[in-house]
Design a protein around this ligand. Structure first.
Ligand SMILES: Cc1cc2nc3c(=O)[nH]c(=O)nc-3n(C[C@H](O)[C@H](O)[C@H](O)COP(=O)(O)O)c2cc1C
Length: 172
């Protein structure tokens, strides 16, 4: 039987993977199933009422490759009423014009599938030129942003703050 929360992520060089593992530790291993897209794909995604999805941005604002592979499949999944939070990895210095863009693309896709989004995160403390992962008023990212390239020292605290916020929004 599935646990409460399904956490699905793609990761090319391992940063999103290590952040996913830390997030799972904070949720508690008895409450969350970790799924790496490269091995599991989206199998089982439809079984969860609560989802956390992790996506890094690659190649000037593009989806990470494992997310590209399942992108069309996401259109087949009914996410009506499913509560969903995102975390995105990016590099605000090296790729500041496309900072965590892929998380914005994933957000829009999930909203179009009926998901109820939560876990938005203030832009305070980041320095970037542009991002497609902002809310309408451009004061929040549409999910937690982690930058292992430039601000890895902040990652643990950011996760420790964000997870309880998401669990409260999930009412778990
Ligand atoms: C070739 C290359 C392209 C990248 N493009 C972007 C980008 O467009 N936007 C961004 O925010 N980060 C970009 N990044 C940074 C990655 O998102 C970042 O290193 C992330 O932590 C990688 O996660 P992963 O190890 O889980 O794949 C890029 C990194 C590389 C090496």
């Amino acid at each position: 039987m599935s646990k409460d929360v399904g956490l699905f992520y793609g990761s090319t060089t391992g940063n999103t993977e290590s952040c996913a593992e830390l997030i799972a530790t904070h949720i508690g291993p008895e409450r969350v199933d970790l799924h790496e897209l490269a091995t599991d794909g989206l199998a089982g995604l439809g079984n969860y009422s609560y989802l956390i999805l992790g996506i890094p941005t690659w190649d000037y604002g593009e989806l990470q490759e494992d997310w590209s592979d399942v992108w069309a499949e996401l259109d087949e999944v009914d996410l009506n009423g499913v509560r969903c939070a995102l975390f995105g990895l990016g590099d605000q210095v090296g790729y500041g014009e496309w900072f965590v863009d892929a998380m914005g693309a994933l957000h829009d896709k999930l909203v179009s599938r009926g998901a109820l989004m939560c876990g938005y995160w203030p832009i305070y403390g980041y320095n970037f030129e542009a991002s497609r992962a902002l809310n309408e008023s451009e004061d929040y990212f549409v999910g937690l942003v982690l930058d292992e390239d430039c601000q890895s020292e902040l990652t643990a605290d950011r996760i420790a703050q964000w997870v309880p916020q998401v669990m409260a929004a999930f009412e778990l």
